[in-house]
Every structure is written in structure tokens, then in C-alpha cells.
Design a protein around this ligand. Structure first.
Ligand code: DSN
Length: 414
């Protein structure tokens, strides 16, 4: 940081403060994590200086002898780890990765089916406010009112009637297992391409903690910075017969030069994810989420679907006469950072919803286990008892600081 201190002390100071924040609070937004120092070193390297439009060994610029080797390594590792016939690691993040799938599978205005954002889907799966809802004809499936689980019958009937060319399966706030095999059948019956967006659960899929989307899905997309603990980026994995279309959609369809520093950091993250310690980490993420859910429910919290199978849980704060925003803001003041989120069939608006979404990926990266989940459930309970009481929040904040000090954040030196 010395050079940065000299050049731009304001930005250096803000980065230091953010590092301090990440080290001293309980980060429970389920899509966030801690990247290793190795990943951050690659991200902050000279590779940012290089333009490389095209793909390895077929570039439009010279000087690619090392960049080609880096991207080849990232592709080889992605294919091996995800058991994919083809990989593309150039998408700038998850949304551009999904955009590439639209471009590769549908004509403009084509038909797509995805999970409703309000039910736990993603913006790019057909939400009206996103490109996907504006440029394509969309039908959305959702959850069963009785169980809070994905309504596969509804999805099947909708697909039969609507005949989409593309179906998205995958969620950003669904605490249960996604049945990719059922979606595979639904897509085949409708004659649609199935894209499994595993951004939230990629690590779980590749370590056997969640069923794998292949061979049911034709295409798989993922971000690289959530459970995978890589840099902010995206990837598309697919069957060989879709490879050329996907590659053309990413470049030149949507993007120019790949971010080589990110490609290298993705390669590093994939190497880390191939180690036995990573499988152990993913298993602990799931055990921690289960323990947290159990402890929260034991203290009177109502959780959507009554628990979790994966890395996240969704509190319905309305049963405690709170809104999600009030609870999430009070938790933040107490050093527990999560996000307010819609619950299924939420009568409240997205910017002031009824739920709070919590996850265990970042806590688990710090080495926290079940005993710490018990403490964290206690902290959240104490916050919910008196969310406006500053003295109460300060008391919890002190206990959070103690816990964080005992479990240093990986990759961060203060
Ligand atoms: N923003 C990501 C999440 O938090 O789930 C999804 O794009």
C-alpha cells in the first residue's frame, strides 16, 4: 500500500478502512467471501496492462505468449473441476455470462423462462427491469405457497404451454436443493436449452455438497467470487456442440478484450478449489448454515422453508413484528452484515422487504464452526429483541469484535 499512500492517500485510506471493516465484522451476505492473498496478487498484477481480444492462440493482438498459457490453464482447470466439455472464463461477471447464453441460444425477442426474482431468482433470469425482461419474451415460474419450494409442476406446465427456447434454473436466495434433473426433463420436453446458473452454489456442486448440474444442463454459468473465492468474474461451461456459439457470444458478441488479471486470478482460485481443503471448507459451509438455522429457529425465528440445505437461510422478520430492513440495519450497527431480502409471496416492496438473507461462506473461510454459529444466533436474537436500542447494539458489537479477533480474516492484514 506504500505506493498507493503516496499517490492517492484518500483512496489508500478508504481501502484500509474497508479492510478493517471486513476483518472486524461478521460478513453474512451469502454471495460474499474472502479471496486469498494469492488470488488478490494475481488480480493486482501487470496482467491488467495487456490487451488480448480473441481466444488463446487466436488473438487479434501480438505479445500473447504468456497470456495464452494463463488462459489455457484457467480453461483446463475449469473443465476438469466442473466436468465440462467446454469452458469460457472471459465474461466480466455473472450477468454478462448469462447475457452470453441468451445471445448464443435465442434470437432477439426469443422466449425464455426463469425463476421470478421475488421468489429467489436472479435479475438476468427474466426480470422486467433487466435486459432479459426488456429484450426477450419471458414467463416466470416460482414457489409453491404451501412448501416454499420450487413449484416444478408449474414450471413443467408453463414450459409445455409457452415453449421457451431457453430455461434458466438457479437462484440467489433459495435455501434448498435445486433439482437439476427435473429441470433437465422439463427443458427436453419443451425443446429448450437448459442453463443452470450455479453462481451461489458452484463450490457445493463441485464438491458433492449439492447435485451437479451436468449432465442435465446444456450450459452452466457461474460467478467466480462467491463460494469459489476467486476474483470478481464469470464463466460459462457447456457441451461441445454449444462451444462455438458461446465463445462467439462472449467475444465479439458482448465484450472486447478479456481481463487477463482476472483470468489469472480465476486460474488460481480454481487450483485452490481443487485441493482437499476446499471440499472440507464447502462441507463446513453447509454444516454451519444448518447449525445457524437450527439455533435461530430455537430462539423463535421463522425461516423460509423451515431451514436450509445449502449455504444460506432466509429469516422472515414479519413474525417478530419487524421488517427485514429494520432488522438488517440493526444487525449492521451491531457488526453483523447481511441483506434485507424478499421472502416468498412478500407483500412488502423490494426496497423494504420482510426478510433478511444470511449466509455462512465468509464466516467459514475464517475457520468458524458450529459453536460459533450458536454464538452468532444469540447475537442476532439479542439484536432482534431491541433493534432501536443503541446500548443493546453496542453490547452485541463488542461481542462480535471479540469473536472476529479470535478468527482472523484470510487475506487481510491490518
Ligand atoms: N448480487 C448477487 C447476490 O447477492 O446474490 C446476485 O447477483
Amino acid at each position: 500500500m506504500e505506493e498507493l499512500q503516496k499517490t492517492d492517500p484518500q483512496i489508500a485510506d478508504l481501502i484500509q478502512k474497508e479492510a478493517q471493516r471486513q476483518a472486524s465484522c461478521l460478513r453474512m451476505i451469502p454471495s460474499e467471501n474472502y479471496a486469498s492473498k494469492a488470488v488478490m496478487t494475481a488480480t493486482g498484477s501487470v496482467l491488467t496492462n495487456k490487451y488480448s481480444e480473441g481466444y488463446p492462440h487466436q488473438r487479434y493482438y501480438q505479445g500473447q505468449e504468456f497470456i495464452d498459457q494463463i488462459e489455457d490453464l484457467a480453461l483446463k482447470r475449469a473443465k476438469e473441476l466442473f466436468q465440462a466439455e467446454h469452458a469460457n472464463v472471459q465474461p466480466y461477471s455473472g450477468s454478462p455470462a448469462n447475457m452470453a447464453v441468451y445471445l448464443a441460444s435465442l434470437k432477439p425477442g426469443g422466449r425464455v423462462m426463469g425463476m421470478d426474482l421475488a421468489a429467489g431468482g436472479h435479475l438476468t433470469h427474466g426480470a422486467k427491469v433487466s435486459f432479459s425482461g426488456k429484450f426477450y419474451e419471458v414467463r416466470q415460474y416460482g414457489l409453491s405457497r404451501e412448501t416454499g419450494l420450487i413449484d416444478y409442476d408449474l414450471a413443467r406446465n408453463l414450459a409445455k404451454e409457452f415453449k421457451p427456447g431457453l430455461i434458466f434454473a438457479g437462484c440467489s436466495s433459495y435455501p434448498r436443493t435445486v433439482d437439476f434433473a427435473a429441470f433437465g426433463e422439463i427443458a427436453r420436453e419443451a425443446g429448450a436449452v437448459l442453463c443452470a446458473d450455479i453462481s451461489h452454489i458452484s463450490g457445493l456442486c463441485l464438491t458433492g455438497c449439492h447435485p451437479h448440474p451436468f449432465p442435465h444442463a446444456d450450459v452452466v454459468t457461474s460467478t467466480t467470487h462467491k463460494l469459489l473465492r476467486g476474483p470478481r468474474g464469470g464463466m460459462v461451461l457447456c457441451r461441445q456442440e454449444l462451444a462455438a456459439k458461446i465463445d462467439k457470444a462472449v467475444f465479439p458478441g458482448l465484450q472486447g478484450g478479456p481481463h487477463n488479471h482476472v483470468t489469472a486470478a480465476i486460474a488460481v482460485a480454481l487450483k485452490e478449489a481443487s485441493l482437499p481443503a476446499y471440499a472440507e471448507y464447502c462441507r463446513q459451509v453447509v454444516k454451519n448454515a444448518a447449525a445457524l438455522a437450527r439455533e435461530l429457529m430455537a430462539r423463535g425465528f421463522s425461516l423460509v422453508t423451515g431451514g436450509t440445505d445449502n449455504h444460506l437461510a432466509l429469516i422472515d422478520a414479519s413474525t417478530m413484528k419487524l421488517t427485514g430492513k429494520v432488522l438488517a440495519q440493526a444487525m449492521d450497527q451491531a457488526g453483523i452484515v447481511a441483506n434485507a431480502n424478499k421472502v416468498p409471496f412478500d407483500p412488502r416492496p423490494a426496497d423494504d422487504p420482510s426478510g433478511v438473507r444470511l449466509g455462512t461462506p465468509a464466516l467459514t473461510s475464517r475457520g468458524m464452526q458450529e459453536p460459533e454459529m450458536v454464538k452468532i444466533a444469540e447475537f442476532i436474537h439479542q439484536v432482534a429483541q431491541a433493534p432501536q436500542d443503541q446500548a443493546n447494539l453496542r453490547k452485541v458489537r463488542d461481542r462480535v469484535a471479540e469473536l472476529c479477533a479470535a478468527f482472523p480474516a484470510p487475506g487481510i492484514e491490518i
